[in-house]
Design a protein around this ligand. Structure first.
Ligand SMILES: C[S@@+](CC[C@H](N)C(=O)[O-])C[C@H]1O[C@@H](n2cnc3c(N)ncnc32)[C@H](O)[C@@H]1O
Ligand code: SF4
Length: 496
């Protein structure tokens, strides 16, 4: 009888029916308080319900049972991770490893932690240990490739590894394309057999508002049916797709394209002014874990409506409240985009506080026109306040992304030296990415000034990718000489 109930509770847990499972298990636990199997399942239920206090008590009870020790310790480590005590969690997992040998579950958890903490040395040794046990695991082999790839000094080793791995029968379509892509740019090929790994698409030139700093080509232009179908064809190869505009939420087929991108396991990014969000699209954004970037630029009504002409601050706040209702108790990352302007540079601290109020996890401070066009006064103001910005961000657990801030952190910089190059490519974006901006212009990245007429001439994405007037020209230019304005050469001059 007790066993039947326990089995029933386990299958409810498998079906994510935690409340029903909890009811059965609590009753069992009252009758059998010393039964470790009941305690363990109840601990799991509490863990999945984010009740870590009760969960921890139960796993402490079960960790001394040999059969349940490894999994109990694993859950205790996961609770410690939730509390953001990463190094303590690593110590716990290493202890389990020492005591019970190399268990795959423990190694996987350690690899996630080392990866999060960017501890590449330990990560590499854990990957090697996993591969020793699980020799057919191509995913880990691919991650090992990515890790080797990160370290430029291991390029020869990485090329050798990639050439071996690409022959593996079990390798996925995205991974195979990525390996081929790597082999091609490492050997400086201009004509590629591989396809892009990342795509940015302005789906329409239309916009519902008219921001004072916007340089986007605003028009009634929309993605053609032909290009839309080519994007769908490309999705199985892609790691990332970024939906841009104009205002992307005005495009009638965005929702369908998002469905197909999700079916193809593509990480989606959406850059939006946030004014057209509604329940349907919010559900989709959250379900598909789309990384949404909402452009705000000001934390108060008067300045917001001055910069974002035609927008309603109230409408924006209502949408944030609706969005927050759906993300409550969910681990969801989204970003506030703010273009640094003459009008807002003195209130960047308030913008971070505003982001915190609406539960944003990231704030991007974007350079106007993607270049440094700021006066000495603005640069020194921001420079003097960097500690304040990072302090507030830290307080609210917000991540700041900003090329300008990164540069200003380093003192006495006159100019980022783009002339100093060694034999390796200084920018590989034209090998990895393809970007479509209205009205069908093609570039490697929306901030890259190497542009071609691209799709305007009726060509397909696949043609332009290897066309001497399209992407190929950027690659040739990058292989042979430095071009100011290419994607990764946006020098920031800080006048002294
Ligand atoms: C052109 S908009 C398109 C998406 C959407 N309409 C929006 O506003 O988010 C893409 C991003 O570019 C930013 N942006 C607008 N004008 C800019 C400029 N002059 N320089 C750099 N970024 C700019 C916007 O704030 C937004 O984050
Ligand atoms: S909402 Fe976006 S596309 Fe529209 S004007 Fe503003 S920045 Fe430009």
């Amino acid at each position: 009888m007790y066993k039947d109930k326990l089995e029933k509770a386990k299958s409810l847990i498998d079906n994510l029916e935690y409340i029903k499972a909890e009811n059965i298990l609590r009753e069992l636990y009252l009758s059998y308080p010393k039964n470790v199997y009941v305690a363990f399942e109840l601990g799991k239920v509490y863990f999945f319900q984010n009740n870590f206090i009760e969960s921890r008590k139960l796993f402490f009870q079960t960790k001394n049972c040999n059969e349940l020790a490894v999994h109990s310790m694993l859950f205790l480590a996961k609770i410690t991770i939730k509390e953001k005590k990463y190094h303590e969690a690593i110590d716990m997992l290493l202890l389990v490893k020492e005591k019970y040998g190399n268990k795959l579950e423990v190694l996987y958890e350690l690899s996630k932690l080392y990866s999060f903490l960017q501890d590449d040395k330990n990560l590499l040794s854990i990957y090697n240990e996993i591969i020793e046990i699980d020799r057919n695991n191509v995913d880990i082999k691919f991650k090992k490739f990515e890790l080797l790839h990160k370290k430029s000094e291991t390029i020869e080793e990485c090329l050798f590894y990639a050439e071996e791995l690409i022959k593996n029968q079990n390798i996925g379509i995205k991974q195979k394309n990525s390996l081929l892509n790597f082999i091609e740019y490492s050997t400086k090929k201009s004509l590629l057999k591989s396809l892009p790994q990342n795509l940015s698409v302005a789906v329409t030139g239309a916009c519902n508002i008219d921001c004072l700093m916007c340089t986007a080509y605003k028009s009634s232009w929309v993605l053609s049916e032909k290009t839309k179908n080519e994007i769908i064809e490309l999705l199985p190869y892609l790691y990332n797709i970024k939906w841009l505009g104009g205002e992307p939420l005005l495009y009638k087929d965005l929702s369908r394209l998002m469905d197909i991108a999700n079916e193809n396991n593509v990480q989606q990014h959406l850059v939006t002014n946030g004014l057209l969000l509604n329940e349907n699209i919010i559900r989709k954004i959250i379900d598909y874990n789309v990384f949404m970037q909402v452009s705000v630029d000001a934390p108060n009504k008067s300045l917001y409506e001055y910069i974002r002409k035609g927008a309603s601050f109230k409408n924006l706040l209502d949408n944030f409240e609706l969005f927050n209702k759906f993300t409550k108790n969910k681990e969801y990352h989204f970003c506030l985009n703010c273009v640094i302007l003459d009008e807002n540079y003195k209130i960047l601290d308030d913008i971070i506080k505003f982001a915190a109020k609406f539960n944003f996890t990231d704030v991007s401070f974007i350079m106007k026109d993607n270049t440094n066009c700021y006066s000495k006064e603005i640069l020194s103001y921001i420079s003097q306040n960097l500690n304040l910005y990072y302090g507030i961000a830290n307080e609210y657990d917000i991540k700041i992304n900003s090329v300008l801030f990164e540069v200003l952190k380093k003192t006495n910089i006159k100019k980022i030296n783009t002339e100093k190059v060694n034999n390796s490519l200084f920018c590989i974006i034209p090998w990895l990415s393809f970007c479509i901006i209205p009205p069908g212009i093609v570039t490697a990245d929306c901030a890259c000034s190497l542009r071609s007429l691209g799709l305007q001439e009726g060509k397909s994405i696949f043609e332009v990718w290897n066309d001497r007037h399209g992407s190929i020209v950027s690659r040739i230019v990058l292989v042979f000489r430095i071009v100011p304005g290419a994607a990764e050469t946006r020098p920031v001059v800080v006048e002294q």
